[in-house]
Design a protein around this ligand. Structure first.
Ligand SMILES: [Zn+2]
Length: 247
């Protein structure tokens, strides 16, 4: 039986996610991928990297020739980031990370179709990330189009129609809620829905999250400030954790 992650992971959770206080001019933490870490430690690294970027957008990325050559032998990204394809939201830049640090899956609106889920599951199964971040962003054109374009609108290509149809269910429960008029709220609802879809559709992610090796969080990137706000991590379900053999 599939679990349903509570929709109460709602937008309000993002309010509690102020970036860590840190010297914004400090150099990047390391020039090589971190070894496997726990979800909280990886989240801390991402927050610190985003703080560097937000404080100084010209902050160099921790990339050099040595690291490029070292990456030939394999990869062990600390996190998977599912984000929109928007040109203004490259996760590696926003989190001030280098080669091999993030396994990034990008598609307009951050939807979870089979190819996206397969990409995430490949990373989780074979590369050992400790965290999955589902990141929406300010002024998301895909979410805006899903709200404003009626299904079957003239001139809409079948591929675009497919994409928008993946996003629209996020808003069904809130269609009569005037507060969702703000695009920011709609993006947060979409992030929440994508997190729930990921947890419900992927047994791989669910099992790894249940035994504590993988954290799953939502995030919202503000274009204007450069800051990423995180939701609380998806709570570990006691029943699933027990089934997975946890003590
Ligand atoms: Zn977008």
């Amino acid at each position: 039986m599939l679990r349903t992650t509570s929709l109460a992971l709602a937008a309000a959770l993002f309010l509690s996610a102020a970036p860590l206080a840190q010297d914004p001019h400090a150099p990047a933490a390391s020039t090589s991928p971190a070894p496997a870490a726990d979800p909280a430690a990886v989240l801390t690294r991402l927050k610190a990297g985003n703080e560097r970027f937000a404080a100084r957008a010209s902050q160099p990325l921790p990339i050099d020739e040595h690291k490029r050559k070292a990456a030939v032998g394999g990869q062990s990204p600390m996190a998977v980031v599912l984000s929109c394809a928007d040109s203004r939201v490259p996760p590696e830049v926003i989190f001030n990370t280098g080669l091999g640090d993030l396994f990034v899956v990008r598609v307009a609106g951050g939807v979870t179709d089979q190819a996206v889920l397969a990409s995430i599951e490949y990373a989780v199964d074979h590369l050992g990330p400790a965290l999955v971040v589902v990141m929406g962003h300010e002024s998301c054109g895909a979410v805006k189009a899903a709200i404003e374009t009626p299904p079957g609108a003239d001139g809409e290509s079948p591929h675009v129609a497919y994409l928008l149809q993946q996003i629209r269910p996020s808003f069904e429960r809130l269609r009569e809620d005037a507060s969702v008029a703000a695009l920011r709220d709609a993006v947060l609802v979409n992030v929440e829905q994508v997190v729930n879809d990921l947890m419900n559709k992927s047994a791989t992610v669910r099992a790894r999250q249940a035994d504590g090796r993988l954290g799953v969080v939502g995030a919202y990137y503000e274009l204007a400030s450069g800051r990423v706000h995180f939701s609380a991590p998806v709570p570990r379900p006691t029943s699933v954790a027990t089934t997975a053999g946890r003590e």
